[in-house]
Design a protein around this ligand. Sequence first.
Ligand code: NCD
Length: 319
Amino acid sequence: MQLTADGKLKHFLTVEGLPPLLLEEILDRAQQFVSLPNKAQVQAPLLRGKTVMNLFFENSTRTRTTFELAAKRLSADLINLDIRNSATTKGESLLDTIRNLEAMGCDMFVVRHPSSGAANFIARYCAPHISVLNAGDGKHAHPTQAMLDMLTIRQQKGDFTPLKIAIVGDIKHSRVARSQIHALTTLCAGEIRLIAPKTLIPEGIEKMGVSLYTEIEEGIKDVDVVIMLRLQHERMKSALLPSVREYYARYGLTEERLKLAKPDAIVMHPGPVNRGVEIDSHVADGPQSVILQQVTNGIAVRMAVMSMVIGTRAQGDDA
Ligand code: NCD
């Protein structure tokens, strides 16, 4: 559903199933936006006259703001819909809200929603000229986050094929981890390791071609990239951990543990970071951390994706 008949990106709902060339196109375009000398001068008018609506049904700092900056740098008109003060809290259905926003002349929806599948639903039922970008739906997918992570890895390490990458923490509730695994697999990363207590590893995930570790000391050995995840308490239906203190004792990324990875390993985190829960402050702020580079790359990746989906529309293909 997210590709046009000739294979161009129409919506960006998930990384799963997208061809490697398309992921590379996103990275290459994003890198061009990163490399532009003066960011204030970018203002590439690729979205001039277009209206982008941010529909965030869940809290967000980085994702919402970087989508907003990306739209503005491409000269779009940007509306941040304040869902908490919108009519959806008065019982209006999601589809009715969408129809009304369409009637105002919207070209692109950026959607974050607590339910898995919400962005796909909107893409299926919105007007054919509109593109939908998934900014995180439940536990399902967060494709632009995965791509900004891939851009950061590529900037730091170059080729994906020799890399050993560890994803550590609450894999079970993480849409970020799922999208990262799809992206890394598509880009032919050497080895993907998941490190977590058994209660935070979703059943059957090894089918995605990853190896599983329950001890961080073992899993982190000789890796090139360590991706830390937050404990997503808001998505846990029952207590899956004895205590946060015990979790930190067994899985927290400390300076000692980081020494087990390659000496030039990079440390990543999609944010928000919970210091002293999944990561020590010294590591989060240390020389191997690229956490803020990830945030910066978020703008370029979102500019890339926005310009690609609008490009497909310009060719008049609304498949
Ligand atoms: C992530 C998310 O919302 O899925 N954060 C983000 O988009 N930067 C991860 C999280 O909430 O832990």
